[in-house]
Design a protein around this ligand. Structure first.
Ligand code: SAM
Length: 285
């Protein structure tokens, strides 16, 4: 009856369902966005504590199931069900998001969540264990990656609990984990295009020093392209013997990060590095 292509793995252990709802610390005034209610195990528990649950479900059979479950009960009026693909919709206002997500949409879902306005208080989300490990990884951890830095730029991320595959029906091929993502409000004032551009370079070889990366000729080429554009826009003349490689090296060395490696750098370090480059008119567009 379950469609695993749609990530339909139903939580069968009520203890895990209750733990997720408890850790979500919902208030009686909260509007909750739930993605993929399935048969409604989490939904019903949340309806008991929250003001409203807006449940987005792609599968009409599941929509019928969750509606049937609250029909004729006092919870019925608190539930709103939105059909269709949650990634293709404009989201409603919500205070908190709680979801046992289909794992295929993990990465774009987190991105959409962090861009949503107004920012929610937090989201409590079930992911594949490996994805959750990357989200919460700290500098120096083996799973520390571009994803960790990008998400931790915009949110405080915390591992709440691990959930074994055997807690689901049918069991998926991987273990899971529940993570809380609390957006920083207001978000840090960063140009995200540049941020992303810088991180792509730094994590190109996450075990190499930044100096080694920024000495690569294809890297220098891209940076020089941007640099010349910025200078011409600012009417800043370039000397005849202008040397991009030298300027990058000098800026990097002065920043203090030349010998650092991305895998050990904190969000604050990347922010400081971007600022140092930008001050020298070096951009990552
Ligand atoms: N919440 C239930 C539970 O914990 O037992 C079921 C969670 S199940 C892992 C994921 C649910 O998301 C399924 O009911 C599936 O139909 C639904 N789903 C899959 N892709 C979706 C999408 N793009 N938009 C909305 N719902 C989706």
């Amino acid at each position: 009856p379950f469609n695993t292509d749609k990530g339909q793995h139903i939580l069968k252990n009520p203890g895990v369902v209750n733990a997720i709802v408890e850790k979500s610390a919902l208030k009686s005034t909260d509007t909750v966005l739930e993605v993929g209610p399935g048969t409604g195990n989490l939904t019903v528990k949340m309806l008991e504590v929250a003001k409203t649950v807006i449940a987005c479900e792609i599968d009409p059979r599941m929509i019928a199931e969750v509606k049937k479950r609250v029909m004729g009960t006092p919870l019925q009026t608190k539930l709103q069900v939105n059909g269709g693909d949650v990634m293709k919709q404009e989201w409603p206002f919500f205070d908190v998001c709680v979801a046992n997500l289909p794992y295929q949409i993990s990465s774009p879902f987190v991105q959409k969540l962090l861009l949503h306005r107004p920012l929610p208080r937090y989201a409590v989300l079930m992911f594949q264990k490996e994805f959750a490990d990357r989200l919460v990884a700290r500098p120096g951890d083996k799973d520390y990656s571009r994803l960790s830095v990008n998400v931790q730029l915009l949110a405080k991320v915390e591992m709440l609990m691990k959930v074994k595959r055997t807690e689901f029906r049918p069991p998926p091929k991987v273990d899971s984990a529940v993570v809380r993502i609390a957006p920083k409000n207001p978000p840090p004032p960063v140009n995200f295009v540049e941020w992303e551009g810088l991180l792509r370079l730094c994590f190109m070889r996450k075990n190499k020093t930044l100096l080694a990366i920024f000495r690569l000729s294809n890297v220098i080429e891209v940076i020089e392209d941007n640099y010349r554009k910025v200078c011409s826009m600012k009417n800043k003349p370039l000397p005849k013997d202008f040397n991009m490689k030298k300027l990058i090296e000098e800026t990097l060395t002065a920043s203090g990060y030349a010998e650092n490696r991305a895998r050990k750098m904190r969000v604050e370090d990347f922010l400081a590095l971007l600022l140092a480059f930008n001050k020298a008119d070096i951009h990552f567009l």
